[in-house]
Write a protein that binds this ligand. Structure first.
Ligand SMILES: *Cc1c(COP(=O)(O)O)cnc(C)c1O
Length: 421
């Protein structure tokens, strides 16, 4: 079935009340039929609900539906995108291991990898996502993850996914991709050899900036890759914290199972059932919205490219953009999402333009139906010098836009008056 159909139906068998809308199961715990039933659930002899930190029927629909959209075998929802990234990495790597990360990543992921994971004994080594040939020199027998974003935030690069996963497969290393900005509507990394996809559901999933959440999705047949793979004893040896369970021997998608039974159980960054319900509402219209975000952003990018005060426009849908070929190869239907950036002369002019817009909201978020504008040099990248800003691809005159669902003409009219102010 096609994605837009699955977005409306996947993962939901109508309950006893035959409700059309997925119900919110706002509960902490579930009653067992008897002691034997309880024992069977704990022993995984029978699958069922125990406690909402482990599973919840509303969250289950969100997980199944999102996993279906990604073409994956199973999903695990978390309280935020950062938690999904941490669980995905911590499921693969331990103290003494290292992970290889693209340099072009969401800022929160860079600090998690460079500082917090380091405190847990996991070392992050960085490569240029535009240059996958840098990866092999970083690999050793303690390398457990290659991590990158399909469409990078905020630098707006498109990864050559197949080139990177070919290296991961050659060395038997798990590849994990953050697909937040592209969403499964534009790009399905699992189809290009990726093992695990992670998301911040806080962005395009509700599309209205309503809730924080995250999800990780594993590909089909990941067990064949992990079985007897010397890099991953944790999936092949008994888990003493779960009465000796050996994950490769369980007939269930094992990456999400282990993340649920150990990480979610013990660290507890669980999504609330209400937020799962909001994500389900958002998914119903995700494909319509992504098409419209992309159409609007393409028009705005073309307008900006023709404006005399604009030095450069970064949008993978533009033929002039260095990411155009990768976008054509990996993204569906000529879509490139709503995220773009452009550069004007200097800091002062950028500040003036941002303040002069009226339809755009000054917010450090992306993926909302309402258009957003940000000036990294005065906010997220404030502490960097002008030279450092240029070095990390964020010149002081750079303005980032997350194009929403307003009428294209209104968005362009607002930018025209702001550029002329
Ligand atoms: C926002 C974002 C995150 C973090 O997600 P939260 O839900 O805010 O924790 C991770 N990766 C990317 C690409 C993001 O845009």
């Amino acid at each position: 079935m096609q994605l837009q159909t699955e977005a409306l139906h996947a993962g939901y068998d109508k309950d006893t009340q035959r409700t059309m809308a997925v119900p919110i199961y706002q509960t902490t715990a579930y009653e067992f039929r008897d002691v034997e039933h309880a024992a069977n659930l704990f022993a995984l002899k029978e699958l069922g609900n125990i406690y909402t930190r482990l599973n919840n029927p509303t969250t289950d629909v969100f997980e199944k539906r999102f996993a279906t959209l990604e073409g994956g075998a199973a999903g695990l929802a978390t309280a935020s995108g950062m938690a999904a990234i941490f669980y995905a990495i911590a499921n693969a790597a331990e103290a003494g291991d290292n992970i290889l990360c693209a340099r072009q990543l969401y800022g929160g992921t860079v600090t998690q990898a460079s500082y917090t994971l380091k405190r847990f004994g996991i070392e992050a080594r960085y490569f240029d996502v535009q240059n996958p040939s840098e990866i092999e020199a970083l690999v050793d027998d303690k390398t457990k993850v290659i991590f990158f974003e399909s469409l990078t935030n905020p630098s707006i690069d498109v990864a050559d996914i197949a080139a990177i996963t070919a290296i991961a497969q050659k060395h038997g290393i798990l590849s994990i991709v953050d697909n937040t900005v592209a969403t499964p509507v534009l790009c399905r990394p699992l189809e290009h050899g990726v093992d695990v996809v992670v998301h911040s559901a806080s962005k395009y999933t509700t599309g209205q900036g309503l809730a924080i959440g995250g999800i990780l999705v594993e590909r089909h047949d990941l067990v064949d890759f992990l079985r007897a793979n010397p890099r991953y004893p944790q999936f092949n040896e008994p888990d003493e914290s779960y009465h000796g369970l050996v994950y490769v021997d369980v007939p269930l998608p094992l990456f999400c199972l282990r993340a649920r039974l150990s990480l979610l159980r013990d660290l507890g960054a669980v999504v609330s059932p209400f937020n799962s319900w909001l994500f389900i509402q958002g998914i119903e219209t995700l494909s319509l919205r992504m098409r419209e975000h992309s159409r609007n952003a393409q028009a705005v990018a073309e307008f900006l490219e023709s404006h005399p005060k604009v030095i450069k426009v970064n949008y993978p849908g533009l033929k002039s953009n260095s990411n155009y070929a990768n976008a054509q190869r990996y993204f569906d239907g000529g879509m490139s999402s709503g995220l773009l950036s452009f550069v004007v002369d200097d800091f002062e002019l950028a500040k003036k333009i941002v303040d002069a817009t009226s339809l755009f909201s000054l917010v450090v978020n992306i993926g909302d139906s309402k258009s957003i504008i940000t000036h990294p040099a005065s906010t997220t990248h404030q502490q960097l010098s002008a030279e450092e800003l240029v070095a990390c691809g964020v010149p002081s005159g750079l303005i980032r836009l997350s194009i929403g669902l307003e009428a294209t003409d209104d968005l362009i009219a607002d930018l025209i008056q702001a550029l002329n102010a």
